[in-house]
Design a protein around this ligand. Structure first.
Ligand code: NOJ
Length: 490
């Protein structure tokens, strides 16, 4: 009864609207917006908000054997049969090593003033340590000069997963603190030579991912499945590597150089926004990030983490904790999907993780669940829990099943919808004073998406990997509009 009633009404209203006969809510909203009285739109982003885009070395550079670059664990891994979904590798990728000038133009065309890229450690130290390879660093000298000549501020990541294979072979990669030390030496070496032009350095990118996936579950390079105690120890070596690198950068870079990390925070969202659920989500944020961000920002492992790890807890010294807790100038958060919805609980520890229903929506990548509010809550809660003053969203974006039309267009409406919703939530955050200083869209262009090869496309520029032609998708125009307005046009 009710449904037939509402269907009839709906049909009638739709008919009237089609004839243009309703006093539509749209008109009311438009006139309100014209008068600037839309109280639902948050204030624009802050005036000095940094708009950027991001990539990483192995995913775009190609030229893996040129100018003395040594092999990385991703070269080895991607050439191991069965590891990459579409059987590809990063040998050629986007040929960015040779096409970087064209790519800088693409960045400029978006209207953004910042670019986050990564430096390939095996280009600079082909063996991981020892003799540097000046030709490797030269590539980044060329890139930096091109960026600056085009008014684009470089944000350099020192480790985006391409560990020199030699370190994996000699000491077991992150299983050894020798790698933490080697990482610090390499970071200091680079900072000394590039900090005349790079003011912002990120140490590790997504330690939480590359460690668990690469050393715990065998999914990423180097493909190991370590027992828990060894995995926890390797994790400890990554955060130690971060702390040592922060110190090395501070010791060798020009004054004013800023340093921090880019982490895929275990992003917690309250089931819904009541004070109890929000408080529970703060506690969950702290505990679920204790092994990476937590120890870096607090200089200690939480009691909860140590109790939970029990006999498998990492071994560490007080000195190491001090190094790991070296002060960061900013924290980078890579935010894609809500990872945990949290509810308050009467039982200890006072919060619980809610299971995802099978029908929870996701984007073209199955892991990429859609929950725009995560980009509001994760920085807000992180800032509160760890008292962070400067946050960058170092990555956000989505893959999409992008198809070139016959007339050479990519109408990636799902990406636009995703970005619109996420950016509106981010705008809400900055309007409320959450200290987010900038946003880097992942990614500038389609690239080698790790175990998915070239099948998952994250770019706002479409890339034909045969011809290397780059074509702006509709989302590139959308993003340019957001950047120009410094706000989401609602
Ligand atoms: C995070 C990683 O840092 C980046 O390399 C990857 O391509 C994106 N997530 C998308 O999966």
């Amino acid at each position: 009864m009710f449904s037939s009633f509402s269907r009839r009404h709906f049909a009638k209203l739709a008919g009237l609207a089609a004839l243009g006969l309703t006093a539509s809510p749209t008109e009311a909203a438009e006139s309100k917006a014209k008068q600037g009285k839309d109280r639902h739109a948050p204030a624009p982003f802050p005036k000095d908000f940094v708009w950027g885009t991001a990539t990483s070395s192995y995913q775009i550079e190609g030229a893996v054997k040129e100018d003395g670059r040594g092999p990385s664990i991703w070269d080895t891994f991607s050439h191991t049969p069965g590891k990459i979904g579409d059987g590809t590798n990063g040998d050629r990728a986007n040929e960015h090593y040779h096409r970087y000038k064209e790519d800088v133009r693409l960045i400029k065309d978006l209207g953004v003033k910042a670019y986050r890229f990564s430096i390939a450690w095996p280009r600079v130290f082909p063996e991981g340590t020892g003799k540097p390879n000046p030709k490797g660093l030269d590539f980044y000298n060329r890139l930096l000069d091109e960026l600056l000549a085009n008014g684009i501020e470089p944000y350099a990541t020192l480790y985006h997963w391409d560990l020199p294979q030699a370190l994996q072979d000699k000491v077991g990669g992150w299983q050894s603190s020798e790698t933490s030390k080697a990482f610090a030496e390499y970071s200091g070496y680079v900072a000394e030579r590039l900090s005349d032009r790079v003011k912002y350095f990120f140490t590790l990118n997504e330690a939480g991912r590359f460690l668990n996936f690469g050393y715990g579950w065998g999914i990423d390079a180097p493909g190991l499945k370590l027992p828990t105690a060894e995995l926890n120890q390797a994790r400890h070596h990554t955060v130690l590597g971060h702390g040592l690198a922060v110190q090395a950068i501070r010791a060798s870079a020009r004054k004013g150089t800023k340093v921090g990390i880019a982490e895929n925070i275990a992003a917690c969202v309250p089931a819904f926004a009541t004070p109890e659920h929000i408080r529970a989500t703060e506690m969950a944020t702290r505990e679920l990030n204790a092994g990476f961000l937590g120890v870096i920002l607090e200089g200690k492992y939480t009691d909860g983490f140590l109790a939970y790890s029990g006999k498998d807890a990492p071994k560490f010294t007080a000195d190491e904790l001090k190094i790991i807790g070296s002060k960061n100038d900013f924290v980078g958060l890579n935010i894609y999907a809500p990872q945990f919805y949290i509810a308050a609980s009467d039982k200890k520890p006072g919060w619980s993780v809610l299971p995802f229903p099978a029908s929870f929506p996701h984007m073209n990548s199955e892991w990429l669940r859609i929950g725009p509010e995560v980009i509001y809550w994760a920085p807000r809660l992180a800032a509160k829990v760890w008292n962070i003053e400067n946050i960058f969203i170092t990555e956000n974006g989505t893959s999409s099943e992008d198809k070139l039309t016959a007339d050479g267009k990519v109408n990636d409406l799902d990406r636009i919808s995703f970005l619109r919703n996420y950016l509106l939530q981010l705008q809400r955050a900055t309007a409320e004073g959450v200290p987010v200083r900038g946003y880097f869209l992942w990614s500038l262009m389609d690239n080698f998406e790790w175990i998915f090869g070239f099948e998952k496309r994250f770019g706002v520029y479409h890339v034909d990997f045969e011809t290397q032609a780059r074509v702006p998708k509709l989302s590139a125009a959308f993003y340019r509009d957001v950047v120009a307005k410094n706000a989401i046009g609602v």
